[in-house]
Design a protein around this ligand. Structure first.
Ligand SMILES: [Ca+2]
Length: 250
């Protein structure tokens, strides 16, 4: 809602800036103290956001996308960033990717292979092995795969094999967190009981589309990162890492 007001605010600042040097009239941030921690953008519609890779790192607040109604924005808890996190509260789609779809445009300047991680939590029940996953796809990347100790798996229906154990369809991976804990943590794996970290290869500098869709009810996601092996995982996922610059689609 606030973002839609930005163009008017900019016009107002432009009109009045000639007659006054008093910045106190610009109170856009007064009711939103968290805003200073986020990337400021002139893009007025979240569906037009483009997240820009820099120095081998993309860092995005998961809530910075256009969501269908059963994805709920919440902000309880201390271990979250940005405006909060999104949690799926609709039906489960355990074998059907593409429902509750949200997309992210990502501008890659430095081609190569990036590791994918998200920070997610279980917000339903008391078992870390349930309500712990969502669907993920990079359909226009050169390659999208899980790799563990030299073992590689590709999503189903891409023509590439082997495929992961458990659910996968139409180029989508089921991406899960595991363990007995329920709170937010950085972990993203595919292939059931055979946890494969997830990677994406972008073979040229371009804007790519990342898609997520709903699988388990109660899976909550706060943030995601993509990073090259030149970036330490601890640096990519540090609490104080700055979100990627956001530009606007033309
Ligand atoms: Ca967030």
């Amino acid at each position: 809602m606030k973002l839609k007001l930005l163009p008017l605010a900019l016009i107002a600042v432009t009109i009045f800036s000639c007659s006054s040097d008093d910045d106190s009239a610009d109170d856009n941030n007064v009711d939103d103290p968290e805003k200073s921690e986020e990337q400021v953008t002139s893009c007025d519609k979240v569906e037009n956001f483009v997240f820009v890779e820099k120095d081998g790192l993309v860092s995005v607040e998961f809530e910075d996308a256009a969501f269908t109604n059963n994805w709920k924005l919440k902000k309880d808890g201390n271990n979250i960033s940005g405006k909060g996190y999104m949690v799926w509260e609709g039906d489960q789609y355990l074998g059907k990717p593409g429902e509750g779809l949200a997309t992210y445009s990502i501008k890659i300047n430095s081609p190569g292979t990036y590791r994918f991680l998200w920070k997610s939590a279980v917000k339903k029940g008391n078992n870390g092995a349930d309500h712990n996953d969502s669907w993920l796809r990079f359909a226009d990347a050169k390659d999208f795969f899980g790799e563990k100790d030299g073992s590689i798996v590709y999503p189903q229906d891409t023509g590439k094999t082997p495929n992961p154990k458990g659910a996968s369809k139409d180029g989508w991976f089921k991406v899960y967190r595991s363990g007995g804990d329920l709170d937010f943590k950085w972990q993203a794996s595919t292939s059931d009981n055979d946890s494969h970290p997830i990677f994406v290869t972008f073979d040229k500098a371009a804007v790519y589309t990342m898609e997520i869709s709903a699988r388990s009810a109660g899976h909550a996601i706060d943030k995601f990162v993509l990073f090259k092996d030149s970036v330490n995982q601890s640096d990519a996922t540090a609490d104080d890492v700055k979100s990627s610059e956001i530009t606007c689609k033309n």
